[in-house]
Design a binder for this molecule. Structure first.
Ligand SMILES: Nc1ncnc2c1ncn2[C@@H]1O[C@H](COP(=O)(O)OP(=O)(O)OP(=O)(O)O)[C@@H](O)[C@H]1O
Ligand SMILES: [Mg+2]
Length: 413
């Protein structure tokens, strides 16, 4: 076991890019960014390792860049856990509290959480996180810190997330081969939430939607805790492919067109913009063709509506209230018009989830982009758990439970 260094390192291994953020604790529970690096990602499909060697190289490049910027050597990182098979389920478990005065101990709480998460899993699956929502003592609900309270019946409500074990094992292998230890693995949407959400968002309820390249993950929060998890097998790559097919251009040209001029909301285009012309070079041709912004938008808008409707349906099916609305993050939240279309589809206030610059200092330039939310969230999680204090960096009521839970999580593994 390595000594924990002062720095917190977040390593976001995504399907399109690997990102590394190095942070140092600063006053008031804040984090100073001292280094960051990124590299094109190879060897992953929908967040799952398909070629270890390529993933190792991408990790090494991103980490080396962050090391160069910071002048530090990275030995250990907090890493994202992704994959389209992640499944969340909210469960409850009850235990009797015994002993003098019937004061609830850490052991009782552990037993209650264990009882809530006793479940039959398919072969090759594992529980990857147990996120306490609240505790109920002798019928009194809404309790977040049960230890030391009196009672005879303790019930735990827990959001249990499971995944095929191969997903984490292959990431662990790649990170180790890149010469790094893993401090913790954190569910990607949970890391994105730590990187972007305020206490009010998680308390009053919101849907955090992290739209990456090939995967979109969502967590619904309420009363300071995770209430629902869902993963969708699509992301920004869908738009790139639509452009490539619709305009007969290469994937790399399509990606460039999407980023430079793509817009998924026709109603945002002014009259002049509608007629603005883009030059494209179809595959196998040497001469260019002209295309109006309006046509590009006609290709992208129906897809945006379709994907967002899937997500909105999941929110509706969850039955959760999202008074704080929808927070869209991940690289694909940056496509022009995405928030505006989402606002209509969800019929709820919607905003882009940027890394929380209110609690970040140092080298924040360049990180003010939703594609950095996960890496920043991973570094923040690492910093919070080593500080052991409920810094103002995310959850409110759930925060303390979650932090305390960090410490006992290992015992269940
Ligand atoms: N300015 C932009 N305009 C349009 N799309 C963008 C922009 N910036 C990034 N993207 C898209 O965001 C996606 C990458 O997002 P992100 O870095 O969150 O994904 P990832 O973590 O690599 O992938 P995943 O989470 O799916 O494994 C790509 O599809 C990219 O085209
Ligand atoms: Mg991602």
């Amino acid at each position: 076991m390595l000594n924990r260094p002062r720095q917190a390192v977040g390593l976001d291994i995504g399907t399109s890019r690997v990102r590394c953020v190095i942070g140092e604790p600063a006053e008031g529970g804040k984090m100073n960014i001292v280094g960051m690096g990124h590299a094109e990602s190879k060897g992953l499909r929908s967040g799952i390792v398909t070629t270890t060697k390529a993933v190792v190289e991408s990790i090494s490049k991103a980490v080396e860049e962050a090391e160069r910027v910071s002048g530090l050597e990275v030995e250990m990182a907090t890493v994202n856990l992704s994959g389209e098979h992640l499944q969340g389920e909210s469960k409850s478990g009850v235990v009797a509290v015994a002993g003098a005065g019937r004061e609830i101990s850490e052991d009782d709480v552990e037993r209650a959480i264990e009882s809530a998460s006793a479940m039959q899993l398919p072969a090759g699956w594992e529980i990857v996180d147990r996120l306490p929502q609240e505790f109920i003592i002798d019928g009194q609900d809404g309790i977040t810190e049960p230890i030391g309270m009196r009672g005879s019946r303790l019930e735990a409500l827990v959001h249990v997330v499971s995944s095929p074990s191969a997903a984490s094992q292959n990431i662990i292998k790649a990170v180790h081969k890149a010469g790094l230890e893993i401090e913790q693995m954190i569910l990607e949407p949970l890391a994105a939430s730590t990187g972007t959400l305020t206490d009010d968002d998680t308390e009053y309820g919101c849907a955090l939607v992290n739209m990456g390249s090939e995967i979109t993950s969502m967590m619904i929060f309420g009363r300071g805790a995770v209430q629902h998890t869902a993963v969708f097998p699509f992301g920004g790559m869908q738009f790139t492919k639509d452009i490539a097919t619709g305009l007969r251009v290469s994937i790399s040209d399509a990606e460039q067109i999407k980023r430079a001029t793509g817009c998924v909301a026709g109603f945002l285009l002014s009259e002049e913009e509608r007629k603005e012309v883009i030059e494209i070079t179809p595959v196998g041709r040497s001469e260019t063709r002209e295309l109006s912004m309006e046509i590009l938008c006609d290709i992208l808008q129906p897809r945006a509506v379709e994907l967002l409707q899937y997500i909105a349906q999941e929110v509706a099916n969850s039955g959760q209230q999202i008074s704080s609305g929808v927070i869209l993050t991940g690289g694909s939240a940056a496509i022009r018009g995405m928030v505006e279309v989402a606002e209509q589809v969800f019929d709820a206030p919607t905003r882009v989830g940027y890394p929380r610059t209110d609690i970040l200092g140092g080298l924040v330039d360049g990180l003010e982009n939703p594609e950095w939310s996960v890496a920043v969230g991973l570094a923040l999680t690492s910093m919070q758990s080593r500080m052991g204090s409920p810094a103002d960096t995310g959850r409110s009521t759930g925060r303390k439970v979650a932090e305390w839970f960090e410490n006992i999580r290992g015992k269940f593994k």
